[in-house]
Design a protein around this ligand. Structure first.
Ligand code: GLP
Length: 260
Protein backbone atom coordinates (compact mmCIF):
# COMPACT_ATOMS: atom_id res chain seq x y z
CA UNK A 1 0.00 0.00 0.00
CA UNK A 2 1.15 3.49 -0.73
CA UNK A 3 -0.03 5.88 1.98
CA UNK A 4 -0.15 9.59 1.16
CA UNK A 5 -0.82 12.03 4.00
CA UNK A 6 -1.65 15.58 3.02
CA UNK A 7 -4.19 18.34 2.72
CA UNK A 8 -7.42 17.73 0.86
CA UNK A 9 -6.27 19.77 -2.20
CA UNK A 10 -3.21 17.51 -2.54
CA UNK A 11 -5.20 14.30 -2.09
CA UNK A 12 -7.73 15.52 -4.64
CA UNK A 13 -5.04 16.28 -7.21
CA UNK A 14 -3.37 12.89 -6.72
CA UNK A 15 -6.65 10.99 -7.20
CA UNK A 16 -7.89 13.09 -10.13
CA UNK A 17 -4.42 12.90 -11.69
CA UNK A 18 -4.49 9.09 -11.60
CA UNK A 19 -7.91 9.04 -13.29
CA UNK A 20 -6.82 11.58 -15.91
CA UNK A 21 -3.62 9.70 -16.77
CA UNK A 22 -5.64 6.55 -17.38
CA UNK A 23 -8.29 8.28 -19.49
CA UNK A 24 -5.66 10.06 -21.60
CA UNK A 25 -3.66 6.89 -22.22
CA UNK A 26 -6.67 4.63 -22.74
CA UNK A 27 -9.98 6.38 -23.41
CA UNK A 28 -11.90 3.06 -23.00
CA UNK A 29 -10.92 2.98 -19.33
CA UNK A 30 -13.30 1.28 -16.90
CA UNK A 31 -13.72 3.33 -13.73
CA UNK A 32 -15.15 2.25 -10.39
CA UNK A 33 -17.10 5.03 -8.70
CA UNK A 34 -17.89 5.31 -4.98
CA UNK A 35 -20.61 7.29 -3.27
CA UNK A 36 -20.27 8.97 0.14
CA UNK A 37 -18.74 12.35 0.85
CA UNK A 38 -15.07 11.36 0.58
CA UNK A 39 -14.80 11.30 -3.25
CA UNK A 40 -16.87 14.44 -3.90
CA UNK A 41 -13.90 16.81 -4.22
CA UNK A 42 -12.31 14.40 -6.72
CA UNK A 43 -15.50 14.35 -8.80
CA UNK A 44 -15.60 18.16 -8.76
CA UNK A 45 -11.98 18.25 -9.92
CA UNK A 46 -12.67 15.75 -12.72
CA UNK A 47 -15.62 17.87 -13.84
CA UNK A 48 -13.37 20.94 -13.83
CA UNK A 49 -10.77 19.14 -15.93
CA UNK A 50 -13.51 17.99 -18.31
CA UNK A 51 -14.89 21.53 -18.71
CA UNK A 52 -11.63 23.42 -18.77
CA UNK A 53 -9.15 21.04 -20.38
CA UNK A 54 -11.37 18.73 -22.43
CA UNK A 55 -10.78 15.59 -20.37
CA UNK A 56 -13.25 13.18 -21.95
CA UNK A 57 -15.18 10.23 -20.53
CA UNK A 58 -16.97 9.61 -23.84
CA UNK A 59 -15.44 6.18 -24.40
CA UNK A 60 -15.09 5.21 -20.74
CA UNK A 61 -17.43 3.10 -18.67
CA UNK A 62 -18.10 3.19 -14.96
CA UNK A 63 -19.46 0.83 -12.33
CA UNK A 64 -20.85 1.71 -8.92
CA UNK A 65 -19.79 -0.16 -5.82
CA UNK A 66 -23.15 -0.59 -4.18
CA UNK A 67 -26.83 0.33 -3.91
CA UNK A 68 -29.62 0.47 -1.37
CA UNK A 69 -32.30 -2.17 -1.76
CA UNK A 70 -35.79 -0.86 -2.40
CA UNK A 71 -35.21 2.85 -2.97
CA UNK A 72 -37.31 3.84 -5.98
CA UNK A 73 -35.63 5.10 -9.16
CA UNK A 74 -36.49 8.72 -8.38
CA UNK A 75 -35.24 8.67 -4.76
CA UNK A 76 -32.51 11.33 -4.33
CA UNK A 77 -30.37 8.99 -2.18
CA UNK A 78 -30.46 6.05 -4.55
CA UNK A 79 -26.74 5.65 -5.32
CA UNK A 80 -27.28 5.50 -9.09
CA UNK A 81 -29.04 8.88 -8.78
CA UNK A 82 -26.34 10.28 -6.50
CA UNK A 83 -23.59 9.36 -8.97
CA UNK A 84 -25.62 10.85 -11.83
CA UNK A 85 -25.90 14.09 -9.85
CA UNK A 86 -22.33 14.26 -8.54
CA UNK A 87 -20.40 13.31 -11.68
CA UNK A 88 -22.05 11.35 -14.50
CA UNK A 89 -24.38 14.11 -15.72
CA UNK A 90 -21.60 16.71 -15.43
CA UNK A 91 -19.18 15.01 -17.83
CA UNK A 92 -19.63 13.31 -21.21
CA UNK A 93 -20.22 9.62 -20.45
CA UNK A 94 -22.14 7.91 -23.26
CA UNK A 95 -25.73 6.87 -22.48
CA UNK A 96 -25.74 3.61 -20.52
CA UNK A 97 -22.00 3.79 -19.77
CA UNK A 98 -22.52 4.14 -16.01
CA UNK A 99 -24.08 1.18 -14.25
CA UNK A 100 -24.83 0.08 -10.73
CA UNK A 101 -26.39 -2.94 -9.05
CA UNK A 102 -30.19 -2.89 -9.38
CA UNK A 103 -31.64 -2.51 -5.89
CA UNK A 104 -35.19 -2.59 -7.28
CA UNK A 105 -34.85 -5.97 -9.02
CA UNK A 106 -37.47 -8.63 -8.19
CA UNK A 107 -34.75 -11.28 -8.13
CA UNK A 108 -31.91 -9.62 -6.23
CA UNK A 109 -29.61 -12.65 -6.35
CA UNK A 110 -29.92 -12.76 -10.14
CA UNK A 111 -29.28 -9.01 -10.34
CA UNK A 112 -26.05 -9.52 -8.36
CA UNK A 113 -24.89 -12.32 -10.66
CA UNK A 114 -25.68 -10.22 -13.72
CA UNK A 115 -23.77 -7.29 -12.29
CA UNK A 116 -20.65 -9.42 -11.79
CA UNK A 117 -20.98 -10.69 -15.38
CA UNK A 118 -21.37 -7.15 -16.77
CA UNK A 119 -18.22 -5.97 -15.00
CA UNK A 120 -16.32 -9.01 -16.28
CA UNK A 121 -17.61 -8.45 -19.85
CA UNK A 122 -16.32 -4.87 -19.68
CA UNK A 123 -12.86 -6.29 -18.95
CA UNK A 124 -12.87 -5.50 -15.23
CA UNK A 125 -12.30 -2.21 -13.44
CA UNK A 126 -9.06 -0.33 -14.15
CA UNK A 127 -9.25 2.18 -11.31
CA UNK A 128 -11.61 1.91 -8.36
CA UNK A 129 -12.25 4.93 -6.16
CA UNK A 130 -13.06 3.95 -2.57
CA UNK A 131 -14.03 5.49 0.74
CA UNK A 132 -14.08 3.70 4.09
CA UNK A 133 -16.78 3.47 6.76
CA UNK A 134 -16.07 4.19 10.42
CA UNK A 135 -16.50 0.44 11.07
CA UNK A 136 -13.95 -0.41 8.37
CA UNK A 137 -16.38 -1.27 5.59
CA UNK A 138 -15.57 -0.68 1.94
CA UNK A 139 -18.50 -0.39 -0.44
CA UNK A 140 -21.09 -1.96 1.90
CA UNK A 141 -18.97 -4.92 3.01
CA UNK A 142 -19.66 -4.73 6.70
CA UNK A 143 -17.56 -6.43 9.42
CA UNK A 144 -17.86 -10.19 9.03
CA UNK A 145 -17.91 -10.03 5.23
CA UNK A 146 -16.18 -12.90 3.51
CA UNK A 147 -12.84 -11.83 2.12
CA UNK A 148 -13.77 -13.90 -0.96
CA UNK A 149 -17.21 -12.34 -1.40
CA UNK A 150 -18.77 -11.28 -4.69
CA UNK A 151 -21.72 -8.96 -5.36
CA UNK A 152 -24.56 -9.92 -3.03
CA UNK A 153 -27.14 -8.63 -0.59
CA UNK A 154 -25.92 -7.42 2.81
CA UNK A 155 -27.50 -6.05 5.99
CA UNK A 156 -26.11 -2.76 7.25
CA UNK A 157 -24.76 -2.39 10.77
CA UNK A 158 -26.55 0.07 13.02
CA UNK A 159 -23.34 2.14 13.05
CA UNK A 160 -23.45 2.51 9.25
CA UNK A 161 -27.16 3.32 9.27
CA UNK A 162 -26.51 6.00 11.91
CA UNK A 163 -23.54 7.35 9.90
CA UNK A 164 -25.65 7.53 6.73
CA UNK A 165 -28.74 9.02 8.42
CA UNK A 166 -27.35 12.48 7.56
CA UNK A 167 -28.27 11.77 3.94
CA UNK A 168 -31.84 10.91 5.00
CA UNK A 169 -32.68 14.06 6.92
CA UNK A 170 -31.08 12.66 10.10
CA UNK A 171 -33.70 9.91 10.31
CA UNK A 172 -32.00 6.54 10.98
CA UNK A 173 -35.29 4.71 10.39
CA UNK A 174 -35.33 6.03 6.81
CA UNK A 175 -31.96 4.40 5.99
CA UNK A 176 -32.61 1.07 4.27
CA UNK A 177 -31.44 -2.01 6.14
CA UNK A 178 -30.49 -3.96 3.03
CA UNK A 179 -28.07 -3.17 0.26
CA UNK A 180 -26.46 -4.77 -2.76
CA UNK A 181 -22.70 -4.46 -2.78
CA UNK A 182 -19.72 -5.57 -4.79
CA UNK A 183 -17.94 -8.16 -2.69
CA UNK A 184 -14.43 -7.84 -1.32
CA UNK A 185 -13.14 -10.18 -4.04
CA UNK A 186 -14.92 -8.09 -6.68
CA UNK A 187 -13.19 -4.95 -5.41
CA UNK A 188 -9.86 -6.78 -5.14
CA UNK A 189 -10.10 -7.66 -8.85
CA UNK A 190 -9.86 -3.97 -9.84
CA UNK A 191 -6.37 -3.15 -11.08
CA UNK A 192 -5.73 0.00 -9.04
CA UNK A 193 -7.55 0.98 -5.85
CA UNK A 194 -7.55 4.61 -4.73
CA UNK A 195 -9.04 5.08 -1.26
CA UNK A 196 -9.78 8.48 0.29
CA UNK A 197 -10.39 9.09 3.99
CA UNK A 198 -10.53 12.30 5.98
CA UNK A 199 -11.36 13.22 9.55
CA UNK A 200 -10.69 11.81 13.00
CA UNK A 201 -13.72 9.49 12.89
CA UNK A 202 -11.94 7.40 10.23
CA UNK A 203 -8.62 7.13 12.11
CA UNK A 204 -9.20 3.75 13.78
CA UNK A 205 -10.61 2.13 10.62
CA UNK A 206 -7.66 3.51 8.64
CA UNK A 207 -5.17 2.18 11.20
CA UNK A 208 -6.78 -1.28 11.10
CA UNK A 209 -6.89 -1.25 7.29
CA UNK A 210 -3.25 -0.30 6.81
CA UNK A 211 -1.53 -1.74 9.87
CA UNK A 212 -3.90 -4.22 11.51
CA UNK A 213 -4.24 -7.95 10.94
CA UNK A 214 -6.05 -8.97 7.75
CA UNK A 215 -9.45 -9.87 9.12
CA UNK A 216 -13.13 -9.90 8.22
CA UNK A 217 -13.64 -7.87 11.40
CA UNK A 218 -12.07 -4.90 9.57
CA UNK A 219 -13.05 -5.64 5.96
CA UNK A 220 -10.84 -2.94 4.41
CA UNK A 221 -7.78 -4.76 5.79
CA UNK A 222 -8.09 -7.16 2.83
CA UNK A 223 -6.58 -4.36 0.73
CA UNK A 224 -3.21 -5.32 2.24
CA UNK A 225 -3.36 -8.29 -0.16
CA UNK A 226 -3.74 -6.07 -3.26
CA UNK A 227 -0.63 -5.19 -5.27
CA UNK A 228 -1.64 -1.62 -6.16
CA UNK A 229 -3.43 0.46 -3.54
CA UNK A 230 -3.11 4.20 -2.99
CA UNK A 231 -4.45 5.39 0.38
CA UNK A 232 -5.02 9.16 0.51
CA UNK A 233 -5.42 10.60 4.03
CA UNK A 234 -5.59 13.94 5.77
CA UNK A 235 -3.71 14.39 9.06
CA UNK A 236 -6.78 13.51 11.17
CA UNK A 237 -7.54 10.24 9.37
CA UNK A 238 -3.83 9.35 9.61
CA UNK A 239 -3.84 10.19 13.33
CA UNK A 240 -3.51 6.60 14.61
CA UNK A 241 -1.00 5.28 12.08
CA UNK A 242 2.02 3.81 13.76
CA UNK A 243 4.27 4.42 10.75
CA UNK A 244 2.90 7.86 9.80
CA UNK A 245 6.36 9.45 9.78
CA UNK A 246 7.65 6.77 7.45
CA UNK A 247 4.72 7.22 5.04
CA UNK A 248 5.32 10.98 5.02
CA UNK A 249 9.04 10.55 4.29
CA UNK A 250 8.38 7.98 1.59
CA UNK A 251 6.00 10.37 -0.18
CA UNK A 252 8.37 13.30 0.21
CA UNK A 253 11.21 11.32 -1.38
CA UNK A 254 9.19 9.54 -4.02
CA UNK A 255 11.17 9.43 -7.26
CA UNK A 256 9.82 11.87 -9.87
CA UNK A 257 9.37 9.12 -12.46
CA UNK A 258 7.24 6.98 -10.15
CA UNK A 259 3.52 7.57 -10.28
CA UNK A 260 0.88 6.49 -7.81
C1 GLP B 1 -21.00 4.53 2.59
C2 GLP B 1 -20.67 3.87 1.23
C3 GLP B 1 -19.21 3.61 1.08
C4 GLP B 1 -18.45 4.83 1.58
C5 GLP B 1 -18.62 4.96 3.07
C6 GLP B 1 -17.98 6.20 3.65
O1 GLP B 1 -21.86 3.81 3.40
N1 GLP B 1 -21.40 2.70 0.92
O2 GLP B 1 -18.89 3.32 -0.28
O3 GLP B 1 -17.09 4.68 1.32
O4 GLP B 1 -19.95 4.80 3.47
O5 GLP B 1 -18.72 7.35 3.38
P1 GLP B 1 -18.17 8.81 3.56
O6 GLP B 1 -17.17 9.03 2.49
O7 GLP B 1 -19.37 9.70 3.37
O8 GLP B 1 -17.61 8.90 4.92
Amino acid sequence: MEVVIGGVPTLTQVAAGAVERLLRSRPETVLGLATGSSPLAVYDELVRRHTETGLSFARARAFLLDEYVGLPADHPQRYRTVIEREIASRVDFAPGAVQGPDGTAKDLAAACREYEATIADAGGVDLQILGIGTDGHIAFNEPGSSLASRTRIKTLTEQTRADNARFFGGDVAAVPRHVLTQGLATIMAARHLVLLATGRRKAEAVHQMVEGAVSALWPASVLQMHPHVTVLLDDAAAGRLQLADHYRQTWQHKPDWQQV
